[in-house]
Design a protein around this ligand. Structure first.
Ligand code: FES
Length: 133
């Protein structure tokens, strides 16, 4: 299947789910107000891979952060999507393979990963259903 549709209605702010698309893990995260503020407080120019949260989310849906769950260093699956997993020093995701820390916009902040977690093409079909791919 080229695309997949996901029901996101049960994902509360502060929670995430893992799904998959083209056999790759995908994280869908409903950011809290604090996580959004945190992401927006960073000066984009200082980032290794300069992108704003708005660049990485859909208009009017800044709280829905959808990324591949594939570390851009050597492809491990970062921690932080499932309940209770460590989120790293910047509160987003943490790759335990070689210690890459991603922030609440899943942007690389520390460690060997060269780029942010990839945002796959996606579109909101309704407020509660997103099509990935
Ligand atoms: Fe994630 Fe190396 S694969 S830090």
């Amino acid at each position: 299947l080229a695309s997949t549709e996901v029901d996101i209605s049960a994902i509360e702010p502060g929670q995430a789910i893992k799904t998959s698309w083209r056999k790759q893990p995908v994280f869908i995260r409903n950011l809290t107000e604090a996580e959004i503020a945190d992401a927006n407080s960073v000066s984009v120019d200082e980032l290794r891979d300069p992108e704003s949260l708005a660049d990485r989310t859909s208009d009017g849906k800044e709280n829905w952060l959808i990324t591949l769950g594939v570390c851009t260093h050597l492809g491990c699956v970062p921690l932080g999507a499932a309940q209770g997993e460590v989120k790293g020093e910047y509160g987003g995701y943490f790759c335990p393979c070689h210690g890459s820390h991603y922030d609440t916009a899943a942007r690389i902040r520390k460690g060997p990963a060269p780029t942010n977690l990839e945002v796959p093409e996606h579109e909101f079909l309704t407020d509660t259903v997103v099509k990935i791919g």
